[in-house]
Design a protein around this ligand. Structure first.
Ligand code: PAF
Length: 275
């Protein structure tokens, strides 16, 4: 496994890589959810490249950029075990040579105005800008992203489609703890008490999904009732939308999505619902 930092070092390594190339962009703090992305890329691609970069552009001024976990040594061990070919762990100036950002950014369009976009203005422009840069620099055949960040996956798919980027975007199902909590690098912020309360998110989603035969209203009512019984959770949103994140359909594939805060930690999750 090759580990590189600068753009020039990556460019030199890139010149010798066999196609198809699978790219797994990450912000490090890797866990079994990332492992599933790497495994999917390994199964389908001749070369697996992963980026390990905490992207300042996608954090708001009052968000957790400073405390976001940085665990490069453990990340490299996980990548080696997963059979990754190249880990690119650039510095901020390797990615943004003029300093902390980019004067040109990629707009998520209307998909960026809903759900996470209402609570985290500018977040998806930051995500799309860094993902577009990595797509341009790595030039992968396939990019792998988790369904846990369902709206992120949707805006990336749309960017690739509408800007004719010419690669396949692969969505990988969410990996969960035994009690249902979706794996997230931010779970490590939770105190023991908050960790116990956090199971309420997935429980509400699964309870809602189980009511799908009775229609959209029943799904939301069941999930809301489940949450009402859970202490310590401040819900930012609980919404049922079409699988493409459009208006809720009467029938067919839909997605139930939640964002909630436990103390100073904000978690998101979602599940498929068949209406
Ligand atoms: O999902 C993430 O970890 C990040 O948003 C991504 C896609 C690596 C961009 O920084």
């Amino acid at each position: 496994m090759k580990v590189v930092q600068t753009r020039d070092d990556f460019a030199r390594v890139r010149a010798g890589l066999a196609a198809p190339i699978g790219l797994v962009p990450t912000m490090g703090a890797l866990h079994a959810g990332h492992r599933a992305l790497l495994d999917a890329a390994r199964a389908e691609c001749a070369t697996v490249v992963t980026t390990n970069f905490v992207n300042p552009l996608q954090f708001g001024p009052s968000e957790d950029l400073a405390r976001y976990p940085r665990t490069l040594d453990a990340d490299l061990a996980l990548c080696a075990d997963a059979g990754v070919d190249v880990v690119w762990a650039p510095s901020v100036t390797d990615v943004y040579p003029t300093g902390g950002g980019s004067s040109i950014t990629v707009s998520p369009g209307p998909l960026g105005d809903i759900l996470e976009g209402t609570v985290r203005p500018g977040h998806f422009a930051g995500v799309l800008t860094v993902v577009a840069k990595f797509f341009n620099l790595v030039r992968p055949d396939r990019g792998y992203f988790g369904e846990k960040d369902y709206q992120q996956l949707a805006v990336i798919r749309r960017m690739v489609d509408e800007l004719d980027m010419g690669l396949s975007v692969v969505g990988v199902p969410t990996v969960r703890e035994d009690d249902g909590l979706a794996l997230s690098s931010r779970n490590r912020y939770l105190s023991d008490g908050e960790r116990a309360q956090a199971v309420a998110l997935s429980r509400a989603l699964f309870t809602g999904a189980a009511a799908s035969a009775a229609g959209a209203k029943a799904v939301l009512a069941a999930a809301t009732a489940q949450l009402a019984a859970a202490p310590g959770i401040a819900v930012d949103y609980l919404e049922l939308r079409g699988a493409d994140l459009g208006e809720t359909p009467e029938h067919g594939p839909a997605r139930l999505l939640i964002a909630a805060r436990l103390g100073s930690t904000r978690l998101i999750d979602n599940v498929p619902v068949e209406l």
